[in-house]
Design a protein around this ligand. Structure first.
Ligand code: SF4
Ligand code: SF4
Length: 175
């Protein structure tokens, strides 16, 4: 996944003052406004260590400022490994990882999801596996005398995910 960030200067018209309240109403987003931008989350984040652009502190600030479109369209939003180090270390008890999850959910509701995750979702729905194992590899297992792979429970997964709006976006686009 390419790490592409919007470097355009921020315009006042981009700021939605209600956005922070929208996030604060969601589970995990309640303490968003406590952030005082100390940067501890970024300095301790294992992903930020290996990325030129991934900065959880910036994501939190964009959310506070109401830069809704900018943050929901940010590719870096999807780099979080959900390790919760940031949440554990934040001196203000901001649930950073949960705020990122809330933002991802809002993006997914609009169908803004990197192609790689869309493909994984389609594969899970079709086969029960995040990665569809090619027939050639399955045949090779047989020739090597390996046992068959357990069947994925795609029907059970579809049932469990019934009503999830992100999936409607997949269906709509026929992806
Ligand atoms: S560690 Fe907490 S207070 Fe510091 S920048 Fe991150 S979210 Fe804000
Ligand atoms: S949960 Fe995400 S943002 Fe927080 S430290 Fe882990 S990878 Fe970084």
């Amino acid at each position: 996944m390419a790490e592409v960030e919007n470097k355009e200067p921020i315009k006042a018209s981009e700021m939605d003052p209600k956005f922070k309240y929208e996030i604060a109403k969601m589970h995990g987003g309640e303490k968003l406004m406590r952030c005082f931008q100390c940067g501890t989350c970024t300095s301790d984040c294992p992903v930020a260590k290996f990325s030129e652009t991934y900065r959880p502190r910036q994501i939190i600030r964009m959310a506070q400022l109401g830069l809704k479109d900018r943050v929901l369209n940010s590719d870096t939003l999807w780099l979080c490994a959900a390790c919760f180090t940031c949440t554990d270390r934040c001196p203000q008890d901001v649930e950073v990882a949960s705020v990122i999850r809330v933002l991802r959910n809002l993006a997914a509701e609009k169908g803004i999801v990197p192609q790689v995750f869309k493909e994984q979702a389609v594969s899970i729905l079709e086969s029960g596996y995040a990665y569809k194992i090619p027939d050639l590899r399955i045949k090779k297992r047989e020739t090597l005398g390996l046992p068959p792979l357990p069947r994925g429970n795609s029907e059970g997964i579809k049932k469990a995910l019934h009503g999830v709006s992100f999936l409607k976006h997949l269906e709509k686009k026929g992806e």
